[in-house]
Design a protein. Structure first.
Length: 431
């Protein structure tokens, strides 16, 4: 605009100078009336030329603004369309922008981050320490696990952190780009877990068969001893105890063989609400739940789960019994279903018990591992095996307010179908 004004001034000065010369040149031949008419005509000509130049300058300005608007709109469209997060930080460490995909990945809202310190927004997470460090001239790449305080859902992020520079290459802040690698990591873990389970299954099956043969011999000899005449009462008691222990060993071996056996699935679209209710019925027959308050939070419009109904019942009945044992017969068990992504359904079973210590969470799904005084330790191992065979995964977290949360993530069935009419939410119901 300033250049346009200067151009108009220069043009006006040139035209005025030319007009003055023309008037001076014609003064000797023109009458006073002619000179006045000539001056008026020249002035009108100057005004028209000025208006023409003003229109041209206005057109150029409008075109420049339109180009700037198109460039800004294109930039916004790109930032809105990329599947990765883009975050900018000023030299004082305040967040100046974050694109919509980034907000979705981190589960945040724009009004909660813009203008705030990046270190404060990401306080308590690995990103807080990362964004607090001074930004050098290089590019930093890496991976981090992000979860908001109090949220059991963890995101695996791949990130790039670099200095943000203007057109003159002067640093004006930092640029932080990140992508959600959670599904990739889960797929890698699932593949590795399937390989470990297959290897463990082969080894366990061999051990189980080797143990079962001598156990059969022991059972046979014990049966002969019990039939022997003239046994005193003490010997009879000992033989009964031996028989009971052999039965325990046989049950452990049977559980191990069931764990190693590759049973085919019969998948179908299953309503989450029906699986939960049937699992509660199974759990009620296996463990004491009369003093347990069970709440369900299952939206009626959930998609169907794609899985084997019998196997899924086994999974959730086992998790429910574990939750009941954790609250020691008196407490609260909560079942919550959500849709964290278009192709996935998560079902959480939480309790108000003591929770699962972090140091043993990697072990609870191993065969024969148990922190309880009773049981074989095969329940959660079987839960994980069934869930993995469905293409899902199970994870352990902390319940807000105390307790544990076992979250099972399973693929959803297409097309989406509604559950029972009305809402399936029932709070505080006694099982």
């Amino acid at each position: 605009i300033l250049i346009g004004v200067l151009a108009v001034v220069v043009l006006f000065a040139a035209l005025f100078k030319a007009g003055r010369k023309a008037i001076a040149k014609s003064d000797s031949t023109r009458t006073p009336g002619d000179r006045v008419e000539f001056v008026v005509s020249t002035f009108h000509e100057l005004v028209e030329k000025l208006k023409t130049k003003e229109r041209e300058i206005e057109t150029l300005r409008s075109q420049a603004e339109a180009r700037a608007d198109r460039a800004a709109a294109l930039t916004e469209d790109i930032l809105r369309s990329v599947p990765s997060g883009v975050l900018t930080i000023d030299p004082e460490g305040r967040i100046t922008s974050m694109n919509p995909p980034g907000l979705v990945i981190l589960g945040m809202k724009e009004e909660g981050v813009l203008g705030r310190s990046a270190a404060d927004v990401f306080s308590g997470t690995p990103l807080g320490a990362l964004l607090r460090r001074p930004k050098g001239s290089g590019v930093e790449r890496g991976e981090a696990v992000f979860s908001r305080p109090g949220d059991a859902d963890r995101k695996h992020l791949g990130y790039t952190l670099s200095a943000l520079r203007d057109a003159e290459q002067k640093p004006i802040g930092a640029l932080f780009t990140f992508a959600d690698l959670t599904e990739v990591k889960r797929l890698e873990e699932s593949v590795a877990l399937k390989a470990r389970l297959a290897q463990l299954g082969e080894t366990s099956a061999g051990i189980a068969h080797e143990l079962r043969n001598p156990m059969a011999v022991l059972s046979g000899y014990l049966a002969l001893l019990k039939k022997k005449e003239g046994l005193d009462e003490g010997s009879g008691v000992v033989f009964e105890k031996m028989a009971a222990e052999i039965k325990v060993m046989d049950r452990i071996i049977s559980d191990l063989l069931a764990f190693t056996r590759a049973e085919p699935l019969c998948p179908a679209g299953v309503a989450v609400s029906s699986i939960v209710e049937e699992s509660l019925a199974v759990a009620s027959s296996r463990c004491e739940m009369s003093q347990i308050a069970v709440s369900r939070d299952i939206p009626a419009d959930l998609p169907l789960v794609w899985g084997d109904p019998d196997r899924l019942r086994q999974v959730f009945a086992n998790l429910l019994c574990n939750a009941v044992e954790a609250v020691q017969g008196r407490g609260r068990v909560e079942i919550e279903a959500r849709v964290p992504s278009p192709r996935e359904i998560s079902i959480g079973v939480s309790d108000t018990g003591p929770g699962v210590p972090i140091e043993i969470r990697d072990k609870v799904f191993l065969p024969f591992f148990t922190a309880k005084d009773s049981g074989t330790g095969m329940g959660l191992a079987m839960v994980q095996k069934i869930v993995v065979s469905h293409g899902g995964h199970v994870e352990i977290g902390d319940r807000p307010g105390g307790g544990a949360v076992f979250t099972v993530r399973l693929p959803s069935s297409e097309p989406k179908a509604a559950g029972p009419s009305g809402s399936a939410r029932q709070a505080g119901a006694k099982a």
